[in-house]
Design a protein around this ligand. Structure first.
Ligand SMILES: [Zn+2]
Ligand SMILES: [Zn+2]
Ligand SMILES: [Zn+2]
Length: 349
């Protein structure tokens, strides 16, 4: 993630909606990939100082302040390219759902930023009902009554992906709840952004690998995805990963099934590319300093990942990147890199 500059000279961050120095309103222009200062224009529109264009705030910006993205004034859609992907949002009249939703949208925009940066196709479901993307942010239904077993509430909304629709249980936006789930699942890393990056991996597998020309190579690296998915997951949750999983997989969960292996590898690739961009923007100097070659990406990441963990330990925090990448895991990441580089924009051409 880059930082951006206000016309007043202040440094702006991706989530900002107002410059703290000159107090101008801000908006992100997804078409340009920049956060810009805005000047009010006629009929509720705004002039973006980055390109002089006329824009409107996304409806989720003007109504709820859970978004800071803009829509070109001539476009009909009330929502920005991120918010128009929503099919279900939480019931905002309940509890702190507005707060939870705002956190979810923030993580989702970070995801979208990286997808757009990488040139990956982002198409909403109404434009393409077969191959488009949609999100559902849902909460578990109420327990039957106050005497139901509240100690182990049953999750009924399963975070996951199914044919282009990504569902997120909104309790993932509640840190204490997410941490409880992380421990229960025996995971080393669980974040909202991580969920988005993992689930979108399933989406792009269908779009780019299954429908593309990569299936043979996928099978050679990840195995046969036709293996029964539900029994594979059942086995994983019962027995855990194989003892030597680190030799083959980026994470323990990746060992559950070739689809999960792919989604975990994909998520790691997005972790790497986004974090490296952030480091570069803040002037971290790493060895390779070039963009496109996978070897450079990996050597920069090897350095930065260790530095990140060391910085966190200096603050008394857990490791930011609690993973070690084996040679085999890196081969899988190289494959993700090739798919991303090779298929950008091509899926909808
Ligand atoms: Zn400013
Ligand atoms: Zn929006
Ligand atoms: Zn998955």
């Amino acid at each position: 993630m880059k930082t951006f500059g206000c016309v007043c000279g202040n440094r702006l961050h991706f989530e900002n909606n107002r410059c703290l120095v000159c107090e101008r309103s801000l908006g992100f222009l997804p078409g340009l990939g920049v956060l810009t200062a805005l000047e009010p224009a006629a009929s509720g529109n705004w002039t973006a100082l980055a390109d002089g264009g006329l824009y409107r705030q996304c409806a989720n910006y003007s109504r709820y302040n859970v978004c800071n993205w803009m829509v070109p004034a001539q476009e009909n859609n009330a929502f920005c390219v991120s918010c128009r992907l929503n099919r279900v949002i939480p019931n905002l009249s309940e509890g702190n759902n507005l707060t939870l939703w705002a956190r979810i949208e923030t993580a989702k925009r970070r995801l979208l930023y990286t997808l757009l940066q990488l040139g990956l196709p982002v198409v909403d479901r109404s434009s393409d009902p077969q191959r488009g993307l949609a999100f559902k942010f849902m909460e578990d239904p109420e327990q039957d009554n106050e005497f139901s077993n509240a100690v182990t509430p049953q999750r009924q909304v399963i975070t996951g992906h199914s044919t282009g629709i990504i569902t997120i249980n909104i309790m993932e936006a509640e840190p204490s709840e997410r941490e409880r789930m992380r421990e229960r699942m025996n995971e080393r890393y669980r974040t909202l952004l991580g969920h988005f990056r993992h689930e979108i991996g399933h989406y792009y597998w269908e779009l780019l690998v299954r429908r593309g020309t990569w299936l043979d190579e996928f099978h050679a690296l990840f195995g046969d995805e036709q293996a029964d998915y539900h029994s594979a997951l059942g086995r994983y949750y019962e027995q855990g990963p194989p003892p030597d999983w680190q030799q083959d997989y980026v994470s323990a969960y990746a060992s559950a099934h070739p689809w999960e292996d792919w989604a975990e590898s994909w998520a790691h690739y997005l972790h790497m590319t986004d974090t490296l961009e952030t480091a570069q923007d803040y002037g971290f100097r790493m060895g390779a300093d070039t963009g496109e070659r996978f070897e450079d990406l990996v050597s920069d990441w090897a350095y930065l990942g260790v530095a990140l963990n060391a910085l966190n330990r200096s603050m008394g925090l857990e490791d930011a990147y609690p993973f070690v990448l084996s040679g085999r895991a890196l081969e899988k990441l190289r494959f993700v890199h090739q798919v991303v580089q090779g298929q950008c924009g091509a899926a909808f051409a």
